[in-house]
Design a binder for this molecule. Sequence first.
Ligand code: UGA
Ligand code: MN
Length: 334
Amino acid sequence: MLSPRSVNIKSVRFLVFTALVIFCVMLGLKLMVNLPDPGIYSALDDSKVVSTQLRQLRAQVGKLKILLAKNGIANPYENLESLPTIFAITPTHTRPLQKAELTRISQTFLLIPNFHWIIVEDAEIRTPLVTNLLAQSGLSYTHLNAETPKEWKLLLEDPQWKKPRGVKQRNAALQWLRNHADPRKPAVVFFADDDNTYSLELFEEMRNTKTVSVWPVGLVGNVRFERPILDEHDKVANWSTGWRPERPFAIDMAGFAINLKLLLDNPDAEFSFDAPRGYQESTILGAVVTKENLEPKASKCTKVYVWHTRTENPKLNDVKGKVPGMVVDWTVEV
Ligand code: UGA
Ligand code: MN
């Protein structure tokens, strides 16, 4: 006969054993959930891993550029003669998100050598917000303004796609380049909208563009990404897009860069309010290049280095007077 004591020991053993089994099963499940799916995440490419030293140096470069700007000293390292300059053209307009967007992209741009930002405000004047942001940015820049004519201005109730955006601003920047850029110095022109996300690799891909380079763009046209389709000779044959693939250049504004020389040699190349919806890119590209001469970048258009992020407009209840007792403090810049 079993003594009550041995029954107790048995049931304790059973409980401990069951608890151990449950613990092991749960641990196994957790590991399975956390482990990357080998099909999705391939091994890291060692040659592309940024060393600690390089990362620290890159961070120092950005910090030093800001320090020089704060003290009004021209950056002596800005124009490395051996590197073509990148001119990035950004149309921008006043809205609650503007400072956040410009802060994000300007801090990316800080890490790019030989970079000149042409920022064009869709406004009657150059605003203090953008003026101050640029002055403190540490970037080499040109600040312009060109207001969209009333009849082409998007109204608050209009859907986003109803009217083209950035037309007058980009043309003003092209005009500035034609008047001021040194045609003897190699350079490339890129249209960097203020709401996209840019990876540093993108700028090194575009830097040595001979004619027009092209690459994929993520999160655009209601698809994961759009890209040029290459033929067996690695030339652009067609376009994989979420929308109107029949366009001559079915590519987003963030998907290409143009050698400055082509824009100087074709002084009439510009954007147009008369272009059909979605044809701004085809308008400028059609004026400077043919499909056969495009240069595919980003590992034969298989890498995404730029995303059409389109930040969601915040709902500001305080501004609408919907937060009882809250006074809107307009003296604080947001
Ligand atoms: C898409 C493309 O990504 C744009 O490059 C293209 O100009 C646009 O379609 C078009 O078809 O016109 P989407 O994200 O819908 O862009 O456009 P936004 O990001 O709203 O505007 C593009 C640029 O123009 C931005 O830098 C934005 O700040 C500026 N913008 C927008 C103005 O300067 N004024 C405005 O009234 C609106
Ligand atoms: Mn956009």
